[in-house]
Write a protein that binds this ligand. Structure first.
Ligand code: PLP
Length: 382
């Protein structure tokens, strides 16, 4: 098996599983309980909180555990919009955000908010000048992703952070695809809120966090017993949170080694593809400028979905567009936004590399790709 769909989700690390099993078996206490069993659970949660906070250079108190990137994006956008409604109703975002941002913005638009969607260039980057021009005295929130999940574009979040700070506007970043892959530092980059997801960094699914700077006024979207400083009620997902903590710790410790490994494998894959196969088109930023784990390529004349299943026959797993939207009908909004022609959108494949991949797997993938692409092109002509 060659798993090249690490932007969709990643394999859970052994160290994470071991700690989670220990929690499931022994540390079943409720962190809200007043007795020792509750105290022990709370201690474990605190350790996880510290590890997640360290990964992004944030304050421990800023971490609110959620059910994942989707919920974090919902809480950030709805929570701030509702809390600042009196101050203004204008939000700035981009055309290439994840559906868990775009669909929340649609909901907010139906409820009296106005949203400016910044366009992107052919590499997927927003223009900071456009952003400056879009700001009005009604602007309360800017939400721009750090790394695009389909094409790997790295957005200029540090520059945007500075502008937002100057103008007193809250800046939210969906960093789901960014942590562990590019440097994320909420202090240095002036990020007021960032969304994180555990299962993209070899932790379990169904858990994530929203980091919230203490200056941000935000309301909850889930009401109940007041856990997580009243921002996310409900008994905490202890095994998930603890697993996320271990995954964060390992992501931080191995950051430089992981990034250089991912980039080396990505370059090897790209160079192999362009030297062995004709009529290929790189979608998104140049290989060295994009995130180290995402490579999006169109193989002209071959339908992405057909190629995906042809690769699957040989044990290679990839995506067309993004995994989250590829089961749905309709073309990738990201590939449309970068101006890709329809036939090239239809033939796009996203390879997303992970730390468990090897050079041998990359070389095998290149040779299978060559065989399958050539076969499908010939078959089409007949
Ligand atoms: N944001 C981005 C950029 C993503 O790639 C994903 C993953 O699908 C999400 C948000 C949603 O995260 P989760 O699956 O944890 O809800």
């Amino acid at each position: 098996e060659v798993y090249l769909d690490n932007s969709a989700t990643t394999r859970v690390r052994k160290e994470v599983i071991e700690k989670m099993v220990e929690v499931l078996e022994n540390e079943y206490g409720n962190p809200s309980s007043l007795h020792l069993k509750g105290y022990q659970a709370e201690k474990l949660m605190k350790e996880a909180r510290e590890n997640v906070a360290k990964l992004i250079n944030g304050d421990i108190e800023g971490i609110v555990f959620t059910s994942g990137g989707t919920e974090s994006n919902n809480l950030a956008l709805i929570g701030v919009a509702e809390s600042l409604r009196k101050k203004g109703n204008h939000i700035i975002s981009s055309a290439i955000e994840h559906p868990s941002v775009l669909n929340v913005l649609k909901y907010l638009e139906e409820n009296g908010f106005e949203v400016t969607y910044l366009t992107v260039d052919k590499t997927g980057k927003v223009d900071v000048k456009d952003l400056k021009r879009a700001i009005t005295d009604k602007t309360i929130l800017i939400s721009i992703m750090a790394v695009n999940n389909e094409i790997g574009t790295i957005e200029p979040i540090e520059e945007i952070g500075e502008i937002a700070k100057e103008r007193g506007i809250i800046f939210h970043v969906d960093a789901t695809q960014a942590v562990g892959k590019i440097n994320i530092d909420v202090k240095k980059q002036n990020l007021d809120m960032i969304s994180l997801s555990s299962h993209k960094i070899h932790g379990p699914k169904g858990v994530g966090a929203l980091y919230i700077d203490k200056s941000v006024k935000i309301r909850p979207i889930i009401f109940g017993g007041g856990q997580e400083k009243n921002l996310r009620s409900g008994t905490e997902n202890m095994p998930g949170i603890v697993g996320f903590g271990v995954a964060s710790k390992l992501a931080k410790e191995n950051f430089h080694g992981n990034v250089s490994k991912l980039m080396t494998l990505k370059k090897r894959l790209y160079q192999g593809i362009v030297s062995e196969i004709k009529d290929v088109h790189l979608n998104g930023p140049n290989v060295e400028e994009g995130a180290p784990h995402i490579l999006n390529i169109s193989f002209a004349g071959v339908r992405g979905e057909v190629l995906l299943h042809a690769l699957e026959e040989k044990g290679i797993y990839v995506s067309t567009g993004s995994a989250c939207s590829s089961k749905k009908k309709g073309q990738s909004h990201v590939l449309k936004a970068i101006g890709l022609k329809e036939d090239l959108i239809e033939s796009a494949i996203r390879f997303s590399i992970g730390i468990f991949n090897t050079e041998e797997e990359i070389d095998y993938t290149i040779s299978v790709l060559e065989e399958k692409v050539n076969f499908l092109r010939k078959y089409k002509r007949r």
